[in-house]
Design a protein around this ligand. Structure first.
Ligand SMILES: *[C@@H]1O[C@H](CO)[C@@H](O)[C@H](O)[C@H]1NC(C)=O
Ligand SMILES: *[C@@H]1O[C@H](CO)[C@@H](O)[C@H](O)[C@H]1NC(C)=O
Ligand SMILES: *[C@@H]1O[C@H](CO)[C@@H](O)[C@H](O)[C@H]1NC(C)=O
Length: 975
């Protein structure tokens, strides 16, 4: 029975282990995607099946990036029928088999860009009836099969840029029936014309990019673009103006003609396009006369007299005289003069006639200063002004006085070193000011005085070292202040006063040495984000008063990467009072000790990163995370953690994501893992986990839980032998498998409980006797060497029960030892050696006597030792073929009473025995006399048996030893 059960249970256990492992060989399930989003990046997998075969069918988003895959075989994704978004871009694919995407009926987006695909099978997309976007950019396609899109009728975006396509007619044929196609990108191909015959582009197509080709002509019927809204024909350097002859461009909203051979004025003369929808950038309009000509033409063409937007970027314009643009219709929207060679903005004098202009951009020019504009014409409608990416060194006072109502001013990425204290005068409506990436060293209390509406002020990456008192005093609506990347060493006492609405304060990358709580008083009730990363803050004592005590709404605090050596000490009281904190960054700080109460107040914290925080921490103290009841993500990479225990991590009841890679753990307590009920994502890569028995439970945990993804478990190597993998190191020898262990111990117990009583009843004596018999045999073999049989010490060993001692002393002794017969008898109470083991005494008595006389009574039969004597004697009878046993029955004992003494019965069946006549028979004296004579004769007879008998007994012994013997025959021989 045992074997059977064992086998079936083993099979069941094996099946359980197969079904529920939760890790993916080459992918990571995005932590909070419910098993729907998978990223498989930078994996060295040669076959797609290595990547997708262990993903669950619930997968909806799959990204396979930067692998050496070259081939997509048929049915590559057959196990992922619910896939909706598939990115397999940036690999080395050359061959896609015909049925590679078979069964992906739900697929909506397919991105195969950045591969080396040179041909597509005509039925490749047959099953992709729900496909809406297809990206094939950056491949080596030369042509498209005509029917390639025959079943992807929902396609609306088709990106084919950067291939070697040269046949537009073929492309038109394959997309003609796609009635939902809106966007077609054919930039960077080898098209020479847009000619196509017998088919039309779908009417739904509104966005067509054909930039960077070799178009020489459009060459098609006039109406072929009459649905297009956005048309990019830029960088077709040979495309001539006459290509547009007759072509209907009335629906175009945006036409890009940069770097073509088109002459703008001629083009506008022959085309029906709305001129305000033409992007004039890069069209060679670089001098006054050309611009004047354009303006005059535009004015003539535009019926409503206003020009919404005008892009004159990239035209190498060096200068605009004051009246050049005055020939143009009124620009009411945006004028873009970016990427020209302008040296000055001239207070926008050249725009003087365009009083309604809202946006002006002159980015990427050569502006070197912004001059005083107080007395100049004011553009009251101007809202957005951008001078980014110039070389502005100096901004004079009142430089924006002519645009008093702007909301956004972008002066970033210049070389501004001199910002006049009155440069920003008058900008009372300004909401966003970008001054980042300049060379500013000082800000004065007057500088921002007028900016009473400012909400966002970015002064990142300048050279400011001190924030003077009242610098931001009037900025009561400022929401975001970015002072990162400066050289701030300190704030004057009222440096941040006035910032009553401040919510986000970035001070990262400065040279602050301490955190002054006093500074924050103006916005202590509004601040949500405080970034102090990369300063020079460090603490000396463990008990530093919390500077954040009053920041009751702070949600994000960054204290990571303090230079040059990190915080080193993290005062246990530093984080007191931060009851609203959601995210805390402490990475890269060389903290040497995390006190167990450090995080006690952070009851709302949901994200904590300690990556690299604490070189030397080694052991996290019990309870250090005890109050982080709302923590959902803990990043603790490379901290030197050695102990992952319940005492440390056990309280994180909301934790979903746990990153523990690059630590020093040889094991993780499964108990601790089990105490994290919400855990879904566990990263323990690069830990020296040992493949020893004490990690058997951990191996079992990683295999058998269905909730927690153990990131790249199959790559986790054994510490001492990197060739072995942790997930399948051999734990059989450990009996660490609790289920298995319990099963075996229970069944063994049951087995024993069932068997022992049986055993006890049936075999107890057998075992015991076998032992003694063995000993007897052994000592007999041994004694044979020096003792001849006839040299026995005694004539007979008398075996009897002490209750029969009376008879032995009164009857047996006088009749055998005394009188005529002088037998030498061995009696245990008289002749046994004192202090010797009773068994040894018996054995030596049996072997040093020629005969063994058993005085059988009911008491004798019940005595264990007496049975031993029979046993030994009968052993000599049966096994040595020496007839040493004489049985004397003191009282009549029925066959039934004897039945439990097999050996005895066997002896009786084999031999005659003597029955003591007792005193109740008819003639006791005579009968007793006969009895003694028979006994004396028995003692005198030799012990050697005949050979015949020997073989017979041997057979019978083998057949009957442990079974019930024949009981039909009765050889009782009454004397
Ligand atoms: C899948 O990807 C798409 C597009 O990238 C995204 O909009 C969507 O939210 C993602 N779905 C899930 C479940 O992550
Ligand atoms: C397309 O997707 C919808 C919604 O998921 C689904 O009901 C439909 O069956 C899909 N179409 C095909 C042809 O499978
Ligand atoms: C095209 O899109 C419209 C709505 O955007 C939809 O009603 C129609 O069914 C789509 N056509 C096809 C062929 O899928």
């Amino acid at each position: 029975m045992g074997n059977h059960q064992l086998l079936s249970v083993t099979v069941v256990l094996a099946a359980v282990q197969l079904t529920s492992s939760y890790s993916f060989r080459n992918c990571i399930a995005e932590a909070d995607s419910d098993g729907k989003t998978f990223n498989c990046m930078h994996r060295n997998a040669m076959h797609i099946s290595d990547i997708v075969s262990d993903l669950p069918p619930s997968a909806i988003n799959l990204t396979i990036l930067r692998t050496p895959l070259t081939d997509l075989p048929n049915n590559s994704f057959s196990n992922l029928v619910d896939l909706q978004h598939l990115r397999i871009d940036n690999n080395s694919l050359t061959t896609i088999r015909q049925l590679a995407f078979q069964g992906l009926y739900q697929l909506k987006n397919l991105n195969m860009s950045l591969n080396k695909i040179s041909a597509l099978n005509p039925s490749l997309f047959k099953d992709l009836q729900n496909l809406t976007s297809l990206f094939l950019a950056n491949n080596a396609l030369e042509r498209l099969p005509e029917d390639i899109f025959s079943s992807v009728l929902k396609l609306h975006t088709l990106i084919l840029r950067q291939n070697f396509l040269s046949d537009f007619s073929g492309i038109a044929k394959s997309v003609a029936h796609l009635t939902n196609l809106t966007t077609l990108d054919l930039c960077f191909n080898n098209l020479t014309s847009l000619r196509h015959s017998n088919v039309s582009l779908p009417q739904s197509l509104t966005v067509l990019y054909v930039c960077h080709n070799n178009l020489l002509t459009l060459g098609c019927k006039p109406s072929f673009l009459s649905f297009i809204n956005i048309l990019d024909l830029s960088y077709n350097s040979q495309l001539p103006t006459k290509a547009f002859d007759q072509i209907d461009l009335s629906t175009i909203n945006y036409l890009h003609l940069r770097s073509t051979n088109v002459t703008i004025v001629e083009f506008l003369n022959i085309s029906n396009i709305n001129p305000s929808h033409v992007d004039f950038s890069g069209t060679g309009l670089n001098n006054d006369s050309m611009l004047k000509e354009l303006c005059i033409l535009l004015k003539k063409r535009l019926k409503e007299k206003n020009l919404k937007n005008m892009n004159l970027g990239n035209n190498a314009i060096r200068q605009l005289t004051n009246n050049t643009l005055s020939y143009c219709p009124n620009i009411t929207g945006a004028l873009d003069l970016s990427r020209n060679n302008l040296k000055s903005a001239y207070c926008l004098e050249f725009l003087r006639r365009h009083v309604y202009i809202e946006d002006f951009k002159a980015e990427h020019n050569h502006l070197s200063s912004l001059i005083y504009c107080k007395k100049m014409f004011q553009f009251k409608k101007m809202e957005n002004l951008s001078y980014r990416y110039n070389r502005i060194l100096k901004v004079d006072s009142h430089a924006f006085y002519h645009t008093p109502n702007i909301r956004t001013l972008q002066l970033n990425i210049n070389s501004i070193a001199f910002l006049h204290i009155h440069a920003l005068k008058g900008l009372k409506k300004l909401e966003t000011l970008r001054l980042d990436n300049n060379l500013l060293t000082d800000l004065f209390s007057v500088t921002f005085e007028d900016l009473v509406s400012l909400q966002i002020l970015n002064i990142r990456n300048n050279r400011i070292s001190v924030i003077f008192n009242r610098t931001f005093f009037n900025l009561t609506f400022l929401n975001t202040l970015d002072l990162g990347g400066n050289k701030i060493t300190h704030f004057q006492r009222s440096g941040l006063d006035g910032l009553k609405s401040l919510s986000k304060l970035y001070l990262d990358g400065n040279q602050l040495k301490q955190i002054d709580p006093f500074l924050y008083r103006a916005f202590q009730d509004t601040l949500t984000v405080l970034d102090l990363q990369s300063n020079q803050i460090c603490f000396i004592t463990e008990t530093h008063e919390s500077p954040f005590m009053n920041l009751s709404r702070l949600t994000d605090l960054k204290l990571d990467r303090q230079r040059p050596n990190g915080l080193t000490v993290l005062p246990r009281t530093l984080l007191r009072g931060l009851y609203s904190l959601k995210s805390l960054y402490l990475t890269n700080n060389n903290i040497y000790h995390l006190a167990p109460d450090t995080f006690d107040d952070l009851t709302d914290l949901s994200f904590l990163t300690l990556d690299n925080c604490c070189v030397g921490v080694k052991k996290l103290e019990p309870g250090v995370f005890k109050n982080l009841r709302n923590l959902t993500r803990l990043a603790a990479e490379n901290m030197g953690i050695q102990n992952f225990s319940k005492e440390v991590f056990g309280n994180l009841t909301q934790l979903r994501l746990l990153q523990l890679n690059r630590n020093a753990m040889q094991t993780l307590s499964v108990d601790a893992l089990m105490s994290l009920p919400m855990l879904r994502y566990l990263d323990i890569r690069d830990n020296p986990v040992s493949c020893t028995c004490n990690n058997g439970p951990l191996q079992n945990y990683t295999k058998n839980n269905t909730d927690v993804q153990v990131v790249y478990l199959y790559n986790l190597s054994c510490q001492h032998n990197p060739k072995l993998k942790f997930y399948n190191f051999d734990t059989k020898v450990c009996r660490g498998d609790i289920g298995m262990y319990l099963f075996f111990s229970t069944s063994a117990a049951i087995f024993l409980f069932t068997i022992i009583p049986l055993f006890y009843v049936k075999l107890y004596w057998k075992m015991k006797y076998s032992y003694y018999v063995f000993r007897a045999w052994f000592s007999e073999q041994w004694s044979r060497f020096h003792e001849e049989e006839e040299n026995c010490k005694y004539d007979a060993f008398i075996s009897y029960n002490s209750s029969d001692e009376q008879w032995v002393m009164d009857q047996l002794l006088p009749n055998l030892e005394g009188g005529g017969s002088s037998f030498k008898l061995c009696l245990h109470h008289r002749d046994f050696e004192l202090g010797r083991d009773i068994v040894d005494n018996i054995v030596s008595a049996v072997y040093s006597s020629r005969k063994t006389i058993c005085v059988v009574s009911r008491n004798f039969l019940q005595s264990e030792w007496c049975s031993l004597e029979i046993q030994l004697a009968s052993y000599r009878l049966f096994d040595e073929h020496r007839d040493v046993l004489l049985l004397v029955f003191l009282e009549p004992i029925s066959e039934r009473q004897l039945s439990s003494y097999h050996r005895m019965r066997k002896v009786m069946l084999k031999k005659t025995y003597l029955q003591w006549p007792g005193s109740d028979c008819t003639n006791p004296t005579q009968a007793q006399e006969l009895f003694w004579n028979q006994l004396r004769r028995g003692i005198k007879t030799g012990t050697r048996l005949e050979t015949e008998e020997y073989s017979a007994t041997r057979e019978s012994k083998e057949a009957e030893d442990f079974t019930d013997e024949r009981s039909d025959e009765n050889f009782y021989l009454q004397p």
